[in-house]
Design a protein around this ligand. Structure first.
Ligand SMILES: [Zn+2]
Length: 224
């Protein structure tokens, strides 16, 4: 409500900064989330990524949606949750891996240590563009990639930054990266695949493999 009230006070065409938003709403983490929650209720707030006239910390109010701050009821099916067997079926089909960024359920985000990925079911063609709840329109998406929950208050990296980071990788890493880009998702590396296999062994077998590998590591260190 507070965020809706704040954004509405700026009016259509009004601008505000992230700092102003945080000052208007005491709990910062909530402010972020609440602003995001407004989107499916018809609120349109631009940042500098979609509007080059804005400064990196600036937002422009384009449209006011449901005035929850004035007691208007939000539309009934803002978000269609997929539950039960269908949800499990989709999660299993995609191996609990986000089909957008490749993060696995329960894994930490590579660029946000300590923040673990939670898998949601997302629509390939969003519902508001006519997408259905049929299996072939559903896929696994982490809470960060899900089209309905993308955090508009966190600025995405620029193409320049990403290219700079990619350019600094070794040729081997570049090949791997290129493969993931072609596939449209991150597949586990050979090393990760071996670790996954190892995780499925019994405790006793794991110890055996670990001890044998320790020997190889020590030999490798000696010959270096
Ligand atoms: Zn993701």
């Amino acid at each position: 409500m507070k965020v809706a009230e704040f954004v509405a006070s700026k009016g259509v065409g009004g601008k505000f900064s992230k700092l102003e938003l945080f000052e208007a709403v005491p709990d910062v983490s909530q402010a972020d989330r609440r602003m995001r929650d407004l989107r499916p209720m018809g609120w349109k707030i631009d940042n500098y990524k979609v509007n080059p006239n804005l400064k990196p910390d600036e937002y422009l109010v384009r449209e006011l949606g449901t005035r929850v701050d004035l007691g208007e009821a939000p539309p009934k099916t803002v978000r269609k949750n997929i539950t039960g067997p269908k949800r499990r079926r989709i999660l299993e089909r995609y191996g609990h891996i986000c089909q957008v960024c490749g993060v696995r359920a329960g894994e930490e985000f590579p660029d946000a240590p300590g923040r673990k990925a939670v898998m949601t079911i997302g629509h390939i063609i969003p519902v508001n563009r006519g997408g259905t709840n049929d299996d072939d329109n559903l896929r696994t998406e982490c809470q960060r990639c899900g089209d309905e929950s993308r955090d508009i208050t966190v600025d995405p990296p620029t193409a320049q930054q990403v290219l700079a980071h990619a350019s600094h990788r070794s040729l081997k890493d570049k090949r791997t990266l290129y493969g993931w880009m072609q596939a449209g998702r991150r597949t586990p590396s050979d090393t990760e695949a071996v670790f996954q296999e190892w995780s499925r062994l019994s405790q006793e077998e794991r110890m055996k493999v670990m001890a044998a590998l320790a020997e190889q590591v020590i030999k490798g260190l000696e010959s270096d």
